[in-house]
Design a protein around this ligand. Structure first.
Ligand SMILES: Cc1cc2nc3c(=O)[nH]c(=O)nc-3n(C[C@H](O)[C@H](O)[C@H](O)COP(=O)(O)OP(=O)(O)OC[C@H]3O[C@@H](n4cnc5c(N)ncnc54)[C@H](O)[C@@H]3O)c2cc1C
Length: 475
C-alpha cells in the first residue's frame, strides 16, 4: 500500500492557547458528502455554518464513489411499485453484519433514509432517481437512488450547487490541525486551521460536526487495525487520516468496529476503475489465472477484496458476456473502463483466455460448469446460488481486476441524532459525527459492508447532525 500518511491533526489543544479570530456557531470539518449535507441541514435549521476542507475543492471519497444512496419507503420506490419498509431495510443491514452491529442505529438510519432522499430532491435540487435495473447484494428490494450518470462527482456537484444557493461558506485548503477543548467537560470551543502558506487561524464555535471520514488514508493505522488489506490497492481519499477518531478518543468518546472497512474485489487492475457488482449479480463471475473460481462472489464486493488479493499476482478476471456488457454501459465507470481498454472480448472462451493470459482449459471448464449451474438454478461448492439469469453466450468478455480498500467503517459511537457518545453512553456536550468518522453499520470486519452503507451513514447522519446542531444552538 502506498504510504499516504501526511501531517496529522494534533489531538487536543488547551482553550487557553487559542487566539480566536472569528466565531462560527457550527463548524463542520470535512467537505465530503457528510460535511455538505450536515452544513445544508444546519443552515436550514437557522444556524450560521462554515465547512473546513483540507483540499482545494470539496470532493472527498464521496466524489470518487458511484454515488448510490439506499433508502426505504421513498416515493420513487412507490412510483415503481416497490414495497419496502425501514424494518425490512434494517433487517437486511443487520443480517449482512451477522447481527454484530447496533440494531437500534440501523433502524433509526433506515427510518430517516427516505426523508434524506426526498429532502435532497425537494429542498436542494439533487437529481436522484431509483436504480431499478438490478438488485445489489444483501438488499431484499431495489432501494438505491443515484444521480443520472450514477457518479459521486455528480452528487457532490449537486450538493455544492445547493451549498452555494443557501449561502453556506466552504473554506478550502483549510486543514484542521487541532481542536480546542477541555477534556474535563468534553466541550469543544473551536478549531485551529492551517493554511497552505503555513499560517494558522483559530475559530471558535458552539457546536462541531466531524465529517472528516475514517483512516483509510493513514497507512500506519491501516497496518495496525486492518493488516489483512494492506496488500490491496488503496482507492480511497488520501486526506482521510483518522483525525476524527483521534480527537474523539482524546475527548473520551467511545470507538467501535475499528477493524471494519469497505473493500472492493473488482478494481480494474492498473486502471483504478471500479467494475461494479451488477455485473456479478446478473450472472458474471470471477476466475484466477488458472481459470478457476475461488469464492462466492455474490456474498458482496467488500469481502471479495480479500479473496482476490489472495489469488496469484493479487488479481482475478471478471468473466461475462455481451448482455452484461450492455447492462454495465449504464455506468460512467464502466464506460471509462472500456475507453481505457480494460475490457477484453472474444468470440470463444479459448480466444478470450488467450487474450487475457488465463489458462484456457481451466476457463473452458469453469464457463461450462457455470452454464450448468445457471440452467439448473443450483448452488456451487462456494455457496453461490446461480439461476434466475441467462446462461452466458458468445461473445465473451473479461476484465482483469484486483482487490482494493475504499474506506474504513469503524469510528466514533453516535446516537440517532449523530451526537458523539462516551463509553458510559452519555453524549459529549456539542460534538457530532457522521459518515466515515462515525461507527458504521457494517459490523466488525469487511464482510458486514452492504452496498450503500457508506453513503447512507454519510447523507443521513450528515443531515441529522446538522439538524441536531442547529437545535442545540436554538435552546
Ligand atoms: C470507488 C468508490 C465507490 C463507492 N461507491 C459507493 C456507493 O455507490 N454507495 C455508497 O453508499 N458508498 C459508496 N462508497 C463509499 C462512500 O464513498 C463513503 O462511505 C462516503 O463517501 C464517506 O463520506 P464522508 O463524508 O464520510 O467522507 P469523504 O467524502 O471522504 O469526506 C471527508 C472529507 O474530509 C476532509 N478532511 C479529512 N481530514 C480533514 C482535516 N483534518 N481538516 C479538514 N478536512 C479534512 C477530506 O479531505 C475529505 O474531503 C464508495 C467509495 C469508493 C471509494
Amino acid at each position: 500500500m502506498q504510504d499516504t500518511s501526511g501531517p496529522q491533526g494534533a489531538a487536543l489543544l488547551s482553550p487557553s492557547e487559542a487566539a480566536f479570530s472569528a466565531h462560527i456557531p457550527v463548524l463542520v470539518i470535512g467537505g465530503g458528502g457528510t460535511g455538505l449535507t450536515a452544513a445544508l441541514a444546519a443552515r436550514q435549521g437557522g444556524a450560521e455554518v462554515l465547512v473546513l476542507e483540507r483540499d482545494a475543492s470539496a470532493l472527498g471519497t464521496t466524489a470518487m464513489s458511484t454515488g448510490l444512496i439506499p433508502a426505504s419507503g421513498t416515493r420513487l420506490q412507490s412510483e415503481k411499485g416497490i414495497v419496502d419498509s425501514p424494518e425490512l431495510f434494517a433487517a437486511d443491514i443487520v443480517r449482512k453484519a451477522r447481527g454484530q452491529t447496533d440494531e437500534g442505529i440501523a433502524l433509526a438510519l433506515a427510518q430517516a433514509s427516505a426523508r434524506t432522499i426526498e429532502w435532497m430532491i425537494d429542498d436542494h435540487q439533487v437529481p436522484l432517481s431509483l436504480v431499478d435495473s438490478f438488485l445489489y447484494p444483501g438488499h431484499s428490494v431495489k432501494r438505491m437512488h443515484g444521480t443520472p450518470n450514477r457518479t459521486g462527482s455528480e452528487l457532490m456537484g449537486a450538493l455544492s450547487a445547493a451549498i452555494e444557493r443557501r449561502g453556506v461558506d466552504v473554506l478550502t485548503e483549510a486543514l484542521v490541525t487541532g481542536l480546542f477543548a477541555d477534556p474535563a467537560d468534553g466541550r469543544v470551543r473551536g478549531a485551529r486551521v492551517r493554511r497552505p502558506d503555513g499560517s494558522t487561524e483559530d475559530l471558535s464555535c458552539d457546536a462541531l460536526i466531524l465529517a472528516c471520514c475514517g483512516f483509510a488514508g493513514n497507512a500506519a493505522m491501516v497496518r495496525e487495525y486492518i493488516p489483512e488489506i494492506e496488500g490491496a490497492t488503496f482507492f480511497g481519499h488520501p486526506g482521510n487520516k483518522g483525525d476524527a477518531i483521534r480527537w474523539g478518543l482524546a475527548l473520551g468518546a467511545a470507538v467501535r468496529d475499528i477493524h471494519s472497512y469497505q473493500g472492493h474485489g473488482g478494481l480494474a487492475a492498473g486502471r483504478g476503475i471500479p467494475i461494479l457488482w451488477p455485473l456479478i449479480m446478473e450472472g458474471g463471475f470471477q476466475v484466477n489465472v488458472a481459470g478457476e473460481r475461488f469464492s462466492n462472489e455474490a456474498r458482496g464486493y467488500s469481502e471479495q477484496a480479500v479473496d482476490v488479493v489472495a489469488q496469484p499476482g493479487h488479481v482475478a478476471w471478471d468473466i461475462y458476456d455481451a448482455r452484461l456488457h450492455q447492462l454495465m454501459l449504464e455506468f460512467d465507470d464502466y464506460r471509462d473502463a472500456v475507453e481505457a481498454r480494460a475490457v477484453l472480448s472474444a468470440d470463444s472462451v479459448e480466444a478470450l483466455a488467450g487474450l487475457a493470459g488465463i489458462d484456457a482449459a481451466g476457463l473452458v471448464r469453469t464457463v461450462a460448469e457455470v452454464a450448468v449451474l445457471t440452467r439448473d438454478g443450483d448452488t456451487d461448492r462456494h455457496g453461490r446460488r446461480f439461476g434466475g439469469t441467462a446462461v452466458l453466450q458468445a461473445p465473451y468478455y473479461a476484465v482483469k481486476v484486483t482487490g482494493a480498500l475504499f474506506h474504513t467503517q469503524g469510528g466514533l459511537v453516535v446516537n440517532a441524532e449523530a451526537r458523539v457518545l462516551r463509553e458510559d453512553g452519555s453524549a459529549l456536550p456539542n460534538l457530532f459525527a457522521g459518515g466515515g468518522a462515525a461507527r458504521g453499520i457494517s459490523g466488525p470486519s469487511c464482510w458486514g459492508y452492504m452496498a450503500g452503507n457508506g453513503l447512507l451513514t454519510a447523507t443521513t447522519f450528515g443531515r441529522l447532525a446538522g439538524e441536531a446542531a442547529a437545535r442545540l444552538l436554538a435552546r
